[in-house]
Design a protein around this ligand. Sequence first.
Ligand code: RIB
Ligand code: CA
Length: 310
Amino acid sequence: MRTRVILDTDPGIDDALAILLLAASKEISLEAITVTHGNTSVDKCLANALRLKDFLGLQGVPVARGASEPLVKSLTVAEETHGDGGLGYAKLPDATSSPSPTNAIDTIIELVHKYPHEITILAIGPLTNIALAIHKDPSIIKLINRVVVMGGSVHYPGNMTPDSEYNVYCDPEAFDIVLRAGFDFTLVPLDVTYKCLFTKKHIEKLAGAKPEIIKFIDDSTRFYMEFHDEYQSIDGCAINDPLAAAILIRPELVTLKEYFMTIELKGEFTRAKTSVDFYNVYKKAPNAKVAMEVDVEAFMDFLIERVKTL
Ligand code: RIB
Ligand code: CA
C-alpha cells in the first residue's frame, strides 16, 4: 500500500531534490505540497513548488500556499544559500499550474480528515504550517499517522547559529508546538544530513538520466556547493531534505534512536537549540525518534537510481 504523504516545504534547492525523489517513488502517494516561508519568501517558494509540479508532471498534486512568516519571530530567509530565486542557478519555466484555492493549513486539515490515520507529514522547512494546522483543529493530532521532520541537530554544530539548525531557527515556537503535540515524531537532524554530501562525482553518476533532470540538478546544486565551500569549507553540498524523504521509502537507510527531546526558546545564544536527554536525566518518556546514523553510500545510490527513472 502506498504511503500517503503531505510534503510541507520551502523550495529550496535540497527541497527540490526531495520533490524529485518523491515524484520518482511509486511507494509514495503525494497527496499535497504545502508551502511555507523559509529558504526564501513563501511566494517565491510557492512559485518554485508550482514550477517543480509542472516540471515533474505532478498534475494531480495540489500545491497550497502557507504561512508567510513565523509564529513569533521575524522572517528569516537564506538567499545566500539557495539564491534569490530559491533554486540556485537552475531556471525552470514559469508554472502553468495555479496554486490550490485552499490554503496550506486547511489543506492539511481536510486531507487528515479525509484519510484518518493514513497521512504522513514530511516537513522539510520551518514548521509554521503544521503548528497552525494543529492549533486550528487539534483533533487532527490523533488522526495524523506520523510526522517526519528534517531539522535540528544533536551533536553537530548548527548551520544558522552555533547551536541552531535553519528550519528550527526560522520558527522555534512552531517546532516546540509540534514536538510537544504527541505525534509519532521522527527527526532527521544535521548529524546525519551533513554526512550526505552531494559532490560533482554524484553529478557524473547521473549519466543516463534525462538531460533536463541532470541540468536542473547540476545548476541548482552548483550554487549550493559554492555556498558550502565559501561559508562552511565543505566540498559538496549537504542534501538534507532528500534524506528525510528517502527514509519514508527506505527506513533502513538510517538508525533511529528514541529520546526525550527539548528545544530552547529563551537562550540569548542558544535559542532554537535542540537537545536530547541521552542519560534520561528528566525521567521523561521519549518524544522523538532521532536519526543518529546513516548509510551514506546506500542513500546516495538510492537517490541517483530513482532520479534516473524520472
Ligand atoms: O538546515 C537545512 C534545512 O534548512 C533544509 O531543509 C534546507 O532546505 C533549509 O530549509
Ligand atoms: Ca527545506
